[in-house]
Design a protein around this ligand. Structure first.
Ligand SMILES: Nc1nc2c(c(=O)[nH]1)N(C=O)[C@@H](CNc1ccc(C(=O)N[C@@H](CCC(=O)O)C(=O)O)cc1)CN2
Ligand SMILES: Nc1ncnc2c1ncn2[C@@H]1O[C@H](COP(=O)(O)OP(=O)(O)OP(=O)(O)O)[C@@H](O)[C@H]1O
Length: 200
């Protein structure tokens, strides 16, 4: 495998999709946020999970606001990713409630304050809704390029309890096929404003 070509290829896809995503209108985004929830409801893991990790929208990612409100109403336990202050390149997850103290991480994304809340390993979450830049119908995922989710979820290669992974995205983020790396953790499903792609 020619890995330097692969890195260039990944970056070109990231740039192109992030640009397209940034051009979506406000009304399209708002409607997509509602339709995303409709697609997620098709997933059995969404229906049955009590502990669910979601992200707060950044860089024109599909908006999770409607989803978050729905989860709050249904009394699910919501967790958000937090950049781990000691384990470089890893995420931890912190319960998100009305009273949770928030601060901005180095990317400007609002996250629960690590010093004031108890963090939880990804192993103990039943469903992780993952941000992404590109996906394909085989469940391959391309993120922002930090490798945060891949490092954090590396334990998924081993036996034991595992969270279900569902990617959240706009339909325009779908690619015919993505280059796949050994460390990539495949998604079980992807929910878009148009439909649910159930992969495994
Ligand atoms: N909403 C959301 N939260 C998330 C993620 C995500 O992808 N989306 N992450 C998923 O891993 C983690 C943060 N990872 C990120 C990685 C890169 C950039 C970013 O904006 N990079 C800039 C350049 C780097 C810089 O500013 O230092 C860029 O590419 O333009 C943002 C978040 C945790 N929280
Ligand atoms: N399990 C891992 N162990 C060590 N390094 C890893 C692991 N997973 C990914 N990386 C490193 O992280 C870097 C970025 O990976 P990649 O391009 O797949 O990120 P991404 O999936 O786009 O980002 P993210 O998961 O943050 O959304 C790679 O150069 C890779 O070396």
């Amino acid at each position: 495998m020619n890995s330097s070509f692969s890195v260039t290829e990944r970056q070109a896809i990231r740039r192109s999709i992030r640009q397209q995503r940034n051009q979506l209108s406000r009304s399209f985004r708002q409607q997509a946020s509602r339709h995303l929830l409709r697609s997620l409801r098709q997933s059995p893991s969404f229906a049955f999970s009590k502990r669910i990790a979601v992200y707060l929208t950044n860089d024109a990612e599909i908006d999770t606001a409607v989803l978050l409100k729905d989860l709050q109403q249904r009394q699910r336990h919501i967790f958000l990713p937090v950049l781990h202050p000691l384990r470089k390149g890893h995420l931890s997850f912190i319960r998100y409630q009305r009273t949770t103290r928030m601060s901005r991480n180095r990317f400007g994304i609002s996250e629960p304050d690590f010093r004031h809340s108890k963090s939880v390993s990804a192993r103990f979450i039943s469903l992780i809704c993952m941000p992404l830049v590109a996906f394909d119908e085989q469940g391959n995922r391309l993120g922002m390029g930090g490798g945060f989710y891949d490092r954090t979820l590396a334990f998924m290669h081993q036996p034991g309890p595992r969270p279900a992974l569902i990617g959240l995205a706009y339909e325009l983020q779908k690619q015919p096929a993505l280059p796949c790396e050994p460390w990539d953790i495949p998604l079980a499903a992807v929910a878009t404003e148009k439909r649910l792609y159930q992969i495994r």
